[in-house]
Design a protein around this ligand. Structure first.
Ligand code: GLY
Length: 348
């Protein structure tokens, strides 16, 4: 089995394995790390139908005693109710501290599985097996775990690194086009923030999925190793997200994360020249349109401004936004929130 290994040295040292068809060997790949233990697989109803048997077969063929907990697919599942239900499930299955969680799914399953693993018995190991492009390049890497609460998305969580990430890019073949495209927005983000060469390769469609996922993971790994707890540099990964989250919220999550990030990146790119930085807005917009994104913003500047005031990145009266300095080079730019209101009114 051919796969690429990306080594991460954060508060936990672990490998991210990326390969087409790697799921079939998951059981043998985790054995050196986990030894003999029970594995609780957390997945969602969509992934379970498509690949539930494949993962259980892979783990059981390697001699693992497994149990499985399936949550309904969708963001609404990333909630306190499912967190408690999964913790309760692990307790009822009598999982001990030497046992582990396998989070098999997209961002919802990964975030919920990671948080559950960080809490159960004060911490058991967990392995991410991302099934979406978005989770493969973003949420499965770097140890952010979370659930949503009524006050907002991802407001309760922890930093808790996995023991391994195993990314089978073949699983993405079955993703609906709009879900796959959501991941493409994050891929374009990586090119724009830190890698001009990656950005250039994205003009040729379809891109080489294994190579692109691996490069995005390397970029995120490099950032996380320098700022695991999100006190500075890691903020670069939020390019397009401050405005994107505001748009997602305004649409009551009718606009998907990727679509919202695409719109948010364009807003940030339009603001950049007003702050004395270069203007890459047309270039970025053209690439996003090529991927099928609607980059228009259907909300007013005031609506976007008011929605982003609750952003986690806000510190007192200041807010930090990520702005492009050039293709492949973004910077963190801190300004008074009122200044951002003026800037937004000039670009929306
Ligand atoms: N998704 C942004 C981060 O992991 O920091």
């Amino acid at each position: 089995m051919q796969y690429k290994t990306i080594h991460v040295e954060a508060s936990r040292v672990y490998d991210i394995l990326i390969g087409r068809g790697i799921l079939a060997t998951l059981g043998t790949l985790v054995r050196p790390l986990l030894g003999d233990c029970r594995l609780a697989v957390l997945t969602d109803s969509n992934v379970d139908v498509l690949y539930g048997n494949a993962i259980m077969d892979s783990l059981q063929a390697a001699g693992y005693n497994t149990c499985k907990f399936v949550i309904p697919a969708g963001e609404q599942s990333k909630c306190a109710g499912n967190l408690l239900a999964f913790l309760d499930f692990m307790a009822s299955e009598q999982l001990t501290r030497k046992d582990a969680v396998i989070a098999f799914g997209g961002g919802v399953v990964g975030d919920l599985g990671g948080l559950s693993a960080s809490l159960y018995l004060r911490g058991v190991k967990y392995i991410h097996v991302p099934t979406t492009l978005l989770a493969a390049v973003d949420s499965s890497v770097g140890g952010k775990t979370a659930i949503d609460i009524p006050a907002g998305k991802n407001l309760v969580g922890s930093f808790y690194q996995p023991s391994m990430v195993c990314c089978d890019t073949a699983l993405m073949d079955s993703l609906p086009a709009d879900i796959y495209r959501d991941g493409c927005a994050e891929v374009i983000k990586y090119g724009m923030i830190l890698d001009k060469e990656l950005y250039s390769t994205l003009h040729t469609l379809p891109f080489d999925r294994e190579a692109v996922v691996a490069r995005c993971v390397e970029i995120k790994r490099d950032v996380v190793q320098q700022d695991e707890y999100d006190n500075g540099l890691r903020g670069l990964l939020n390019f397009g997200h401050t405005f994107g989250h505001a748009i997602e919220k305004l649409s009551n999550f009718g606009v998907s994360h990727g679509e919202a990030v695409a719109k948010g990146m364009v807003i940030a790119a339009r603001i950049a020249p007003l702050c004395g930085l270069c203007d890459v807005a047309d270039e970025l917009s053209a690439l996003l349109v090529k991927y099928g994104f609607d980059i228009g913003c259907e909300y007013t500047a005031t609506q976007v401004y008011e929605a982003l005031l609750t952003d986690k990145k806000r510190r007192g009266g200041d807010i930090t936004v990520v702005l492009p300095k050039a293709v492949g080079q973004c910077i963190l730019h801190t300004m008074p929130v009122e200044e951002l209101e003026t800037l937004l009114s000039q670009v929306i």
